[in-house]
Design a protein around this ligand. Structure first.
Ligand SMILES: Nc1ncnc2c1ncn2[C@@H]1O[C@H](COP(=O)(O)OP(=O)(O)O)[C@@H](O)[C@H]1O
Ligand SMILES: CC(=O)OP(=O)(O)O
Ligand SMILES: [Mg+2]
Length: 393
């Protein structure tokens, strides 16, 4: 079904909801024009609502209750509704992290689609159940609006088959145990930005470092995904805020067999207790670690950078060289010391970061020699709005 078959007309507004592992980002669009944009961050801790863009007179709520993403979305809808912002709402566009093999483009989220997506929840336990709960709540609360899903995995579905395979028995690959990759809405947006910024030069080999609470790298050729560090789930690859990234699977066997850990205990270790938080013993937030002089906090940052370097090396080998390196997402966009440390250790690739440009947040960071270096603010919401508009066409 396309929206034009049943939609209420061309001038309806679209609300975009982008649930991350620590944030709920939102935006309201009228066609291509953005009316407001904001982030609810530190969900589950001490939530704060930042309004990046908003019409004059729209005041954020003084306090917000957000123990989890569905509660955060409910509070956000309460506030937008009481402010009169949802009067002409046509659709709510949801970021759905896992689309598996079947969902490679935006879809209308009807009952049957939701049931199919629920089967993927175990593969993205921090994101998928929460996003689907938000969709169900929106269907009940605003039955006159369409619910549309855009998928993190979609951008990577055209990777060469070899790059999607694990070295597992064929039968397991055939049933869908494959490398899917995530953060695809962010990578699709950055690929578009690079085309606009670099023009014909964008035909080259690029690595995009999406460094947020979840973190991954994507190797692109001509703006298309060739390889990425996340896999079947959003656990693989880089070390993250609370996830350890790539891990010798023997560690899991050891914990099961020698310590008697069950699946729930292992899931908690992998998704909640590891990464920057586990190594530092202090915080999962790069801002806290960069401000600390504790050796364990510094070691956590050292390991974060080291893992990025190792994975960049692997992706450069896949691409056969490097023309462009982009930093994006919470850490990539804001943590100049992390960008500096990564680039300082990539001299062997001809990377030369300009410290002044880096301190001034670029957007161009190189000295005019070697691979082009950029810091670009990602905009998954803009990508989702555009994708939803195409669904309507
Ligand atoms: N000014 C900053 N300096 C360093 N790190 C930052 C800064 N602002 C945000 N971050 C990091 O970005 C993370 C959030 O990234 P983001 O991409 O917005 O989140 P999510 O992965 O939940 O979508 C925070 O956990 C924090 O580590
Ligand atoms: C897939 C993933 O880890 O997303 P986020 O970084 O938004 O939590
Ligand atoms: Mg995110």
């Amino acid at each position: 079904m396309t929206l034009s078959e049943s939609g209420p007309g061309p001038c309806g507004a679209r609300l975009i909801l982008n649930g991350g592992s620590s944030t709920l980002k939102f935006a309201l669009y009228q066609g291509e024009a953005r009316r407001l944009r904001g982030t609810l961050e530190r969900i589950g801790g001490a939530p704060r609502l930042h309004l990046g863009e908003a019409p004059a007179g729209l005041v954020p709520p003084a306090t917000i209750e957000a123990p989890d993403t569905p509660a955060a979305a409910g509070a956000l809808l309460d506030w937008l509704e009481s402010s009169g912002e949802l009067a002409h709402l046509e659709a709510i566009v949801h970021r759905i992290v896992h689309g598996g093999r079947d969902f490679a483009a935006p879809v209308v989220l009807d009952q049957a689609t939701l049931s199919r997506l629920e089967t993927l929840s175990p593969l993205a336990p921090l994101h998928q159940p929460q996003a689907l709960a938000v969709v169900r709540a929106c269907r009940e609360r605003l039955p006159g609006t369409h619910q549309i899903g855009c998928f993190d995995t979609a951008f990577h579905r055209r990777q060469p088959r070899l790059h999607q395979l694990f070295g597992l028995p064929r039968a397991l690959s055939d049933e869908g145990i494959l490398r899917y990759g995530f953060h695809g809405l962010s990578y699709a947006y950055i690929a578009r930005r690079l085309r606009a910024l670099e023009g014909d030069e964008a035909g080259g080999r690029a690595i995009v470092a999406h460094l947020g609470q979840g973190a991954s790298l994507c190797a692109m050729h001509r703006g298309e995904s060739r390889a990425t560090t996340m896999g079947f789930t959003a656990l693989d690859g880089l070390m993250m805020g609370r996830r350890c990234g790539a891990l010798d699977p023997g560690v899991l066997l050891y914990l099961q067999q020698q310590r008697g850990w069950d699946a729930a205990r292992i899931e908690r270790l992998l998704y909640q207790e590891s990464g920057l938080l586990g190594v530092s013993g202090h915080s999962d937030d790069m801002r806290d670690l960069l401000a600390s002089h504790e050796p364990a906090c510094q070691e956590a940052v050292d390991l974060f950078v080291h893992r990025i370097l190792r994975e960049i090396g692997a992706l450069v080998a896949v691409l056969g060289g490097l023309d462009t390196l982009v930093f994006t997402a919470g850490i990539g966009e804001h943590a100049a010391p992390v960008r500096q440390r990564v680039c300082d250790q990539l001299g062997w690739l001809g990377v030369e970061l300009d410290p002044r440009r880096n301190a001034e947040q670029g957007p161009r960071l190189d000295r005019g020699r070697g691979p082009r270096l950029w810091v670009l603010a990602t905009d998954e919401e803009a990508e989702m709005n555009q994708a939803a508009a195409l669904l309507k066409a």
